[in-house]
Structures are given as structure tokens and as C-alpha cells.
Design a protein around this ligand. Structure first.
Ligand code: URA
Length: 433
């Protein structure tokens, strides 16, 4: 078999066989197939797509490219939750402790920020001494004892995805349904949980801008999970507006704690309760309304907040930061961004808001960049809010005064003002199972 024949076949619009897909993945991981050849094949896939059978075969080949975690020795049903990525998306920090407080076991591997989207691992690392390199015995022990462990992507889990993702990121081949589905599901299946809940984001801040694309992605991932014997469900949730008001790592941890105290923004609270309720439903099989009540009760009685504090402590972090979020260092510089118009915020380009937070130091422009944990944005106005000229629409935070200018420009470009209030979009748009 030759990789050049495989590239030509896909370039000319034909489906690849399972053997050809395995040949590509195995050769690429070993370094025998070069980045420039893999890039050409990715672009051919981008334009000519993969059918369902090819996507299943790609997922399986990536899954088989590395180790698989065996969680069978941990008692109880293990549920994994995964978001396709968004701006201000701190749902894992809220929904996982709620579900764990209700008895669900969560053994979770999370990612770092990517492009304009944030990542759970970066957010957690803003808590002093929090460790995200937990593997093997220690991982099992923490899940068994506290009910949750959240770790970073370990050494040899889906190495094919790690390499391919890095290449997709720099060849503009990320936003393709077959490639996203195989990337996410190969990792989810390798992580060994019994059930999987997917949060597929759609809107201007998501990889899937269009609802129909998000639905197709959700349906494909659910099918891959279920056919691998893991009950999988997806919620399609709104990312046309940032979730909550905080964007940036420690700012988001603070907002997550507020939400676990019952004082979070309404949109974040609603999405997190729905995610947690669905995790409880997958694990325990009761009816969804009862699971929602359990989730709300875990917030009300403080058990979900205590679960987050226990998790932070078990992973080496300082739980006092959860009990008193004023301990988080504030950024040295801040700027209030003022509205240039009277009326309503009729639209936000959420990807641009994410880019503004990256300019402030909350994300990475290159893989090597260091994150400023205190950097970010607090939104004072979101889509649908009325606003007066000169009123603050957002506060920017950075450790570098010179970063504020570019971020302010980007943020102002992200807001559209008008004279009539726009129609409200629901936060949870659909579910797929
Ligand atoms: N997240 C992933 O893990 N993979 C993708 O392709 C997109 C988002």
C-alpha cells in the first residue's frame, strides 16, 4: 500500500477502505507518513468528506493507536462528559461536582484551551498547586475516594489524535464533522467510562456555527458511542452568546464557585443543572425531572460545592481558594469598555470575544505561550440587554497594560447594537440519543 495512492483516492472523491485508513493512521503515528502527506489527506477529506463507515473506521484506528484505560475496578457507573468547546464554558467545573455529589463516578480526561475556546485543564491550573498530571493508581484512588478526578491527556492515549489534531489546527481542517467526531469519540472510548454525555455547542462561538451541522455532529458521535457499547447522549446547547459572564481561567473558576453557591448567572446555572441531571440519568436511570431535582438539591445543600473543594484538595490544590475566591490574584491592569450606542445588544460575535480574551493573555496564540491565569473578561452586557451610550459593557483584565488596547478593539467589533431587542434563544436547543 502507498500513502500517495490513498491521498489520490480521497482527492478523487472515493471512500477509503478500513485497511487504507489503518495504514494511514499507523504509518502517521510511527512517523513513516510525513506531516505534508497527512496534511494533503486531511484537506482531501475536508473537501470530499468521509461516509459513516469511514468515520467509524477512522475512530477505531485512532482508538487502537494507543493505550486504553480500564476503569472496571472502580465501583459504580462511570460517566464521562465532553464539550465540543466554547467561550466561557466552565460547565465541567459545575456539573461534574453536582453529579458526583449525587453519587455519579467521574473519571475525566480534559483538554487545554484551543484557539478562541478555553480548556478545563487551564482553568483548574489557576488554583494554586492543582495537579493535572494524575495517572494510574492515583487516578483510580481519587475517583474511588472523592468520586471525581480530572486529569490532562496522558502520554499514550490516542497518540494519533494528538498528532493529527496539532496538524489540523495549523492546516484549517478542524471544523469538519467526520474529523471532529472521530477525534472526540476516539478519546472518549479510550478513557474507559461506561456512559458518555456530550455537550455539542452551536453558534458564533462554537466550531459548529450552524444548528443543523451541530445536530449532524451530535447524531454521528452518539451513533459511534452506542455502537461501541457505551450508552451515549448529546445535548445541543447555545454558544451564540458566551456562557455566563466570566471568560478567562481564574475568573471562570470564581464564577463556577458562585454557581455552585446558587449565585451564578442564569444561563450557566440552567445548562449545568441540565448536564448534571443527564449525567445522573445515565448513571442511575431515574426519570429526568427527578434527576434535575437531585441536581438542584446538591447545589442548595452545599454538597456539590464541598465535592469541588474535595476534588481540588485530592489533586493537590488549595481548597481555601474554593471556600474564599477572593484569594485568587487579581490582574494588575483593568479597563472598562464603554458602549458606543444607546439601545440593545442585538448580537455578539462570540468567537471574537474569545479572541479578545486570548489577546489579554487568557489563552495561547502559539502552543508555547504561557497563560496568565488572572487575565480575561467580565461581561456586563450580553445579547438582549438594553444599554446606554457610555455604559460599561465589559471589564478587561490583563497582567500587561499594552494588551488592553487590541483586546478592547476586538471586543467592540464583537458587539452589534440596535434599537430593538432580539428574540431570545433557548440555552438548551435539543437532545440526541
Ligand atoms: N475537540 C476535540 O477533541 N477534537 C476536535 O476535533 C474538536 C474539538
Amino acid at each position: 500500500m502507498r500513502i500517495t495512492d490513498i491521498i489520490r483516492k480521497k482527492r478523487d472523491g472515493f471512500a477509503l477502505s478500513r485497511e487504507e485508513i489503518e495504514f494511514f493512521i499507523n504509518g502517521f503515528v510511527k512517523g513513516e507518513i510525513k506531516d505534508y502527506q497527512a496534511s494533503a489527506l486531511l484537506m482531501a477529506i475536508y473537501f470530499n468528506d468521509m461516509d459513516e463507515r469511514e468515520t467509524f473506521d477512522l475512530t477505531k484506528a485512532m482508538l487502537d493507536s494507543g493505550d486504553k484505560v480500564d476503569l472496571s475496578k472502580i465501583d459504580g457507573v462511570k460517566v464521562d462528559k465532553h464539550s465540543t468547546g466554547g467561550v466561557g464554558d466552565k460547565t465541567t467545573l459545575v456539573s461534574a461536582p453536582i453529579a458526583a455529589a449525587c453519587g455519579v463516578k467521574i473519571a475525566k480526561m480534559s483538554g487545554r484551551g484551543l484557539g478562541h475556546t478555553g480548556g478545563t485543564i487551564d482553568k483548574l491550573e489557576s488554583i494554586p498547586n492543582f495537579r493535572t498530571d494524575i495517572n494510574g493508581r492515583e487516578f483510580f484512588d481519587i475517583v474511588s475516594k472523592t468520586g471525581i478526578c480530572i486529569t490532562g491527556q496522558s502520554g499514550n492515549l490516542c497518540p494519533a489524535d494528538k498528532k493529527l489534531y496539532a496538524l489540523r489546527d495549523v492546516t484549517e481542517t478542524v471544523d469538519k464533522i467526520c474529523l471532529i467526531a472521530s477525534s472526540i469519540m476516539s478519546k472518549k472510548l479510550a478513557c474507559g467510562s461506561d456512559k458518555i454525555l456530550l455537550d455539542v455547542k452551536t453558534g458564533s462561538g462554537a466550531f459548529m456555527k450552524d444548528f443543523d451541522d451541530a445536530k449532524r455532529l451530535a447524531e454521528l458521535m452518539v451513533k459511534i458511542g452506542n455502537s461501541a457499547g457505551k450508552k451515549t447522549k448529546a445535548l445541543i446547547t447555545d454558544m451564540d452568546i458566551p456562557l455566563g459572564n466570566a471568560i478567562g481561567n481564574s475568573l471562570e473558576v470564581i464564577e463556577a464557585v458562585d454557581t455552585l453557591c446558587g449565585k451564578g448567572p442564569e444561563d450557566l446555572e440552567q445548562v449545568c443543572i441540565e448536564l448534571a441531571a443527564n449525567m445522573i440519568l445515565l448513571a442511575q436511570g431515574a426519570d429526568l425531572e427527578k434527576c434535575r431535582q437531585m441536581a438542584r438539591q446538591a447545589v442548595k445543600d452545599g454538597s456539590a460545592l464541598e465535592k469541588l473543594a474535595q476534588t481540588v484538595e485530592a489533586q493537590g490544590g488549595d481548597r481555601n481558594y474554593i471556600c474564599d475566591t477572593k484569594r485568587f490574584k487579581k490582574a494588575d491592569f483593568e479597563r472598562q469598555v464603554k458602549s458606543p450606542a444607546d439601545g440593545y445588544v442585538v448580537k455578539t460575535d462570540t468567537e471574537k470575544i474569545g479572541v479578545a480574551s486570548v489577546h489579554l493573555g487568557a489563552g495561547r496564540e502559539t502552543k508555547e505561550d504561557k497563560i496568565d491565569f488572572a487575565a480575561g473578561i467580565i461581561l456586563k452586557k450580553k445579547t438582549g440587554d438594553s444599554v446606554s451610550k457610555g455604559e460599561t459593557i465589559a471589564v478587561l483584565y490583563s497582567e500587561h497594560e499594552e494588551y488592553l488596547e487590541a483586546a478592547e478593539k476586538e471586543l467592540l467589533c464583537a458587539f452589534t447594537f440596535g434599537s430593538t431587542s432580539p428574540e431570545k434563544r433557548p440555552h438548551i436547543l435539543a437532545s440526541v440519543e
